[in-house]
Write a protein of this length. Structure first.
Length: 479
């Protein structure tokens, strides 16, 4: 009996051990394939410990032994601020945006650069230390002119002097009109935050419809004079509408919607030339009314001219967005200079001229800069950039690229707002990152939040209470 019991117990123990062994047995994992190659850094454009001139050094170029790509899930930082980078074949370009007289540490973590043929193969981590020489030691010294290029009216001199006095110290807040000749969005910002933006931007987009008895009458300058009398600054811009074709009663400003060409606008005797000068005369009449009322303004015509035309690989979509850019850089510059000279000839002396660069979004592998579209220093006071959905680091990159390209001009954020890639950077954040925009201007929308603008309610609350942002109540008197 004992023997039978012993045999039975042994069988049970054997079954328990077999069962436990089966449950705890680890799964079979095939061994990872050993990479057949490595990624090695062969050359870099900046040496460790090198001393550089910030005015002339815009990029760090890293060259590897194999074709590589940038893995955006991993960071590349400069003094802790994340940078954008672009790869092409064996080369990685990292825009820097440097300031004079500073020490820098650039870090590329392992995994930020990977092999194009096998993403599992990572370039090793890379750290680079360097510094920039101080402004006093730099061979290149730049000074922003103390006088505007053409604005000789006393009001314009005061405006320009104030903009220059604040440049690099604080950024001036601004908001777009709800399309044209009003302060609707500014009023909503005030109602929501308790403060007005310092500037209001008006658009001559509907000047072709303007008449005393029409739905829009630009000759009534009260919307502007009321704003100025309340202490505000003025911006003016122009979505220049033209007929879709000869004799058409419908108008457009997008190049895809009209046959109107810059070269024809400048050719004497053409219907385009007649329209071009008629519309300029309408705008000049209003600007002269403002001038006679002692009102100056920043003036931003023909903005974003290059559009996508500066893409290195051309396709159906790589075109200028607006008719004023559809025939390329040379035709565009002639158009700008013609307007500039004509306004001057007509006695306009109250405008600070703002040119909007399209730049290349930091993507030098896919886009050229649009510097060959620049009308020239004698035709421009401020260079602006329009950014939607850009974070603080991207703002910094854009700011320094533009400042280094146009070092004798103030640099402003011509338009901003939330975009497809994300929310707009808070002014406090882009300022801390180093994007010292002269001013920022938030675009309007009829579909978003309490202010009817393309920035969120939280954005406006933070912006209007930031120590680096100038609001209307902080402006001096310009009378």
């Amino acid at each position: 009996m004992k023997a039978v019991y012993a045999i039975f117990l042994a069988a049970l123990l054997n079954m328990a051990c077999s069962s436990g062994s089966s449950e705890e047995k680890p799964p079979v994992v095939p061994p990872s394939p050993t990479p057949t190659f490595t990624v090695t850094l062969e050359k870099q454009s900046i040496s460790n410990g090198e001393e550089l001139d910030a005015a002339t050094t815009h990029l760090l170029t890293l060259t590897y032994n194999v074709n590589v790509i940038v893995n955006s899930s991993y960071s590349i930082t400069l003094n802790g601020n994340r940078l954008m980078a672009q790869s092409k074949e064996k080369t990685v370009e990292i825009p820097l945006g440097l300031q004079a007289g500073k020490e820098y540490i650039l870090q590329v973590v392992e995994g930020a650069i990977i092999a194009a043929d096998d993403p599992s193969v990572k370039a090793p981590a890379f750290t680079l230390k360097f510094k920039t020489i101080s402004k006093e030691e730099s061979d290149q010294t730049y000074t922003i002119p103390a006088e505007p290029v053409t604005a000789s009216a006393e009001s314009a001199k005061k405006l320009y002097t104030y903009l220059l006095s604040q440049y690099g110290r604080k950024t001036i807040s601004s908001v777009m009109a709800d399309v044209n000749w009003n302060t609707t969005c500014a009023e909503k910002v005030y109602k929501f935050t308790g403060k007005y933006p310092a500037m209001n931007c008006y658009d001559f987009i509907h000047i072709c419809y303007s008449a005393p008895n029409s739905w829009i009458n630009y000759e009534d300058i009260k919307p502007v004079t009321d704003w100025v009398n309340a202490g505000g600054l003025v911006q003016l811009m122009w979505h220049f509408n033209v007929p879709k074709g000869e004799g058409a009663s419908e108008y457009a400003f997008y190049s895809k919607d009209t046959s109107f060409k810059p070269s024809e606008a400048l050719a004497s005797g053409t219907w385009e030339n007649k329209w071009f000068y008629e519309q300029m005369d309408k705008v000049i009449d209003i600007i002269l009314k403002l001038q006679n009322a002692g009102i100056a303004a920043t003036w931003r015509p023909f903005h974003e001219a290059a559009g996508n035309a500066i893409a290195k690989q051309q396709a159906d979509w790589t075109k200028a967005w607006f008719w004023w850019g559809m025939e390329g850089a040379e035709a565009y510059k002639k158009l700008w200079r013609t307007m500039f000279d004509y306004f001057k000839q007509k006695g306009v002396r109250n405008l600070v001229w703002v040119w909007t660069t399209q730049n290349y979004n930091g993507n030098s592998s896919s886009y050229y800069q649009d510097s060959n579209w620049y009308p020239g220093d004698q035709y421009v006071d401020i260079v602006a950039r329009d950014l939607y959905g850009y974070n603080a680091v991207q703002n910094k990159q854009e700011f320094f690229e533009i400042q280094n390209t146009y070092p004798t001009k103030m640099v402003a954020l011509g338009e901003c707002g939330d975009g497809e890639s994300g929310p707009a950077a808070l002014p406090g954040d882009f300022w801390t990152a180093g994007a010292l925009w002269s001013h920022f201007m938030v675009w309007y929308t009829k579909e978003q939040n309490a202010t009817m603008t393309m920035c969120s309610d939280n954005w406006w609350k933070a912006a209007m209470n930031n120590a680096n942002v100038i609001t209307r109540d902080q402006l001096p008197s310009f009378k």
